[in-house]
Design a protein around this ligand. Sequence first.
Ligand SMILES: [Zn+2]
Ligand SMILES: [Zn+2]
Length: 377
Amino acid sequence: MADYYGTLGVRREADADEIKKAYRRLARELHPDVNPDPQTQERFKEITQAYEVLSDPEKRQMYDLGADPFAPGAAAGAGGFGAGFPFSDIMDAFFGGAAGGARGPRSRARRGRNATIRVELDLSECAFGTTRDLAVDTAVVCPTCSGEGTAPGSHPTTCDVCHGRGEVSQVTRSFLGQVMTSRPCPGCGGFGTVIRRPCPECDADGRVRTRRTIKVRIPAGVEDGTHIQLAGEGETGPGGGPPGDLFLEIVQRPHAIFERHGDDLHCTVTIPMVAAALGATLKIQTLDGPADVDVRPGTQSGQAIPLYGQGSTHLNAAGRGDLLIHVTVETPTKLEPEQEAVLRELARLRGEESPPGKFAPGQQGFFSRLRDAFNGR
Ligand SMILES: [Zn+2]
Ligand SMILES: [Zn+2]
């Protein structure tokens, strides 16, 4: 991904003003009028692209989250750098419209904004993918004027002030001699045309706000925080311009049993001490349905039983993560006299007698041997 902060030479925490200043300084240095060689022009394009992203709070946030609005393929079909890009606006802002010198009228059509919506999914929907009908509040092309912004039956007419040039020139005398300056036409705002009868539905904007439903396929393996880019599904631009992109931000709902780490799932089961010693079969509800899990005799507390390939599907790759069942062995806290007797008998058979005080002296069991060892006998 392009390093936009580095390109402009600003810190990641830089505020809007710092970014603007950095861009302005570099733009003056690298402007094609000053420095026409191709390498400088390329560099100029880079800083302008970086500024385009970092000066727009929405794009900047997206970039900080790891999505590059200008990455190859990202804006495909929606007009990447150049096409729907309000390049001339930036030039106007910094060079008072005198930038190119030979610019024509600017287009009313501009690229629409990107939009982000959050989509809440269950763990199994994240793991296996799903399709969703999403209601999106967005701007669409005005059906009354088809984006032109004019009332039905009328069209934009050529501006009387600039005769369609979009800019007006003025010759002034100064101590340097005659200086010709041009600026955007005040009559038409630089568009070269004026809308005399605005569309009543969109008030000349060329678009209206509406709620539409789109069907989206969410790939298997997404997780909390994954961003999915849907090119061209964002807001339609003003003046019938191309739409921006729609970003889906995945929010994974917590699962009652499983915790997800990457594509592995983890859960904890508690089994009684005797089951851990003798072995047992557990019934576990996995993402794929019920499963019998063998607990081997002699399983220790803290041991994990892996079910390979029972985790989440890998995003954009073959295979799945694992399911790890962490075993906690439960020691009984309260024993019936009969149970205690059985355990004492077991301890005797295994040579693991109880600590001193309970048994008659002279018995050489495990604990008394240990005690003797400590006492140096
Ligand atoms: Zn309209
Ligand atoms: Zn004009």
